[in-house]
Ligand binder design. Structure first.
Ligand code: UGA
Length: 369
């Protein structure tokens, strides 16, 4: 389409995260249809995160621009660099060749996800040994070579990017005859899946080895706070795991609506990538799932509560009121380490937090069902 309508030389900027060498494919298509027009393809990957998009745009850690190493390619890079230079210090604008720019984006997301899988792997060991993952992460992150960010243990990472980008990386490694490297990155996803399974197993084993017919309140469904996005959210796998054991779920998220939740729970893995009209709705999940509009309604008469997104409002709920309205023993499974466990235990809850020393109750129930 660009080739059809272009009447003068063009710079085409690739911003979406794409398989490495997509720029080359775009370039081939455009030059074969160029009618004498010069097309320069640049890779300018997007690094903003959901919930902080505007800050990330105004104040990026870096801007990456990849282009051809020819004089025309360098001129195109300079043109885009001048656009960013209006608000980004030039030392934060990195220029590279096309493939480095495309691969850097995948590599950055893989490294970020790897940190989460690393800390989550540690969280399992912390629970087994009596260590506290927050203390371990704090101590580890104080090493300036490692740094403190992105070391929060959780029920697992979600979002539309991490898993997709790592699978993309794995695919490229396999295509290039590098199975050892592919397996290394695959392990980041395996640990993420393990973390979600481990969480479900903790819930089931703590609640007398079954959640069948029990009401479980799910607080938070989005893949992280301050967004209504549910793509690849760990909540989907956790809820499906509980539904598989016939739990009755009462779900509350400040920004995700009922239709979205029902669709997500009826969907097969990766169906979210299809248009809405192709995504199935299943009557079975609808019967077991109730979506409500506040945390108190969700937790009323519940046997257990799971916190699956770190929404700020979950830190300041009236947990005494929640406890009073729940069945006993009342369980809280904190998949984001947002609650004050000591306060909750004083109220009477049995509390499970990721990677923290376990309640005696949980110690007696094996994590693997
Ligand atoms: C991620 C990257 O952070 C962005 O730099 C990148 O541009 C974006 O993907 C993309 O490729 O488009 P995003 O998916 O919006 O951004 O969200 P993150 O803040 O990275 O969080 C991803 C997941 O990791 C969330 O489920 C979050 O809860 C989880 N997480 C994050 C943890 O479990 N622990 C942490 O310490 C940090």
């Amino acid at each position: 389409m660009i080739a059809d309508v272009s009447k003068s030389n063009k710079i085409v900027v690739e911003k979406s995260t794409v398989p490495v060498k997509t720029a080359e494919a775009i370039e081939k298509i455009l030059t074969h249809n160029s009618k004498g027009i010069d097309f320069q393809i640049l890779s300018n990957p997007e690094f903003l995160a959901e919930g902080t998009a505007i800050q990330d745009l105004f104040n990026p850690d870096r801007v990456l621009i990849g282009g051809r190493e020819t004089p025309a390619g360098q001129k195109a890079i300079a043109a885009l660099r001048d656009v960013y230079a209006h608000w980004v210090p030039v030392d934060r604008i990195i220029c590279s060749n096309l493939w480095s720019a495309e691969l850097s984006k995948l590599a950055a997301n893989a490294f970020l996800a790897q940190r989460i899988s690393s800390v989550n792997a540690m969280s399992a060991l912390c629970e087994a040994t009596g260590a506290d993952v927050s203390q371990v992460a704090h101590a580890v992150g104080k090493d300036t070579r490692i740094g403190p960010k992105f070391l929060n243990a959780s029920v697992g990472f979600g979002g539309s990017c991490f898993q997709k980008d790592i699978l993309n990386l794995v695919y490229i490694c396999e295509c290039n005859g590098l199975p050892e490297v592919a397996n290394y990155w695959k392990q980041v996803i395996k640990i993420n899946d393990y973390q979600k399974t481990r969480f479900v197993n903790r819930i089931v084993s703590s609640m007398f080895n079954t959640v069948s017919g029990k009401k479980i309140a799910i607080l938070g469904f989005a893949f992280k706070k301050d967004t209504g996005d549910t793509r690849e959210t760990p909540a989907i796998d956790v809820c499906k795991g509980l539904l598989g054991d016939k739990a009755l779920l009462s779900i509350y998220d400040p920004q995700v609506n009922e239709e979205q939740i029902q669709r997500d729970l009826a969907m097969k893995k990766f169906d979210w990538d299809h248009p809405v009209h192709l995504q199935p709705m299943s009557p079975t999940s609808i019967k077991q799932v109730n979506v409500v509009w506040d945390a108190y309604a969700a937790t009323k008469d519940a046997h257990g509560v799971c916190i699956l997104t770190e929404w700020d409002e979950f830190k300041t709920l009236d947990y005494q009121r929640i406890y009073d309205n729940m069945r006993k023993p009342a369980f809280i499974f904190d998949g984001r380490n947002v609650v004050d466990e000591a306060k909750l235990r004083a109220i009477g809850f049995i509390v499970y937090s990721i990677g923290k020393p376990l309640d005696q109750w949980l110690k007696d129930m094996p994590a693997v069902a």
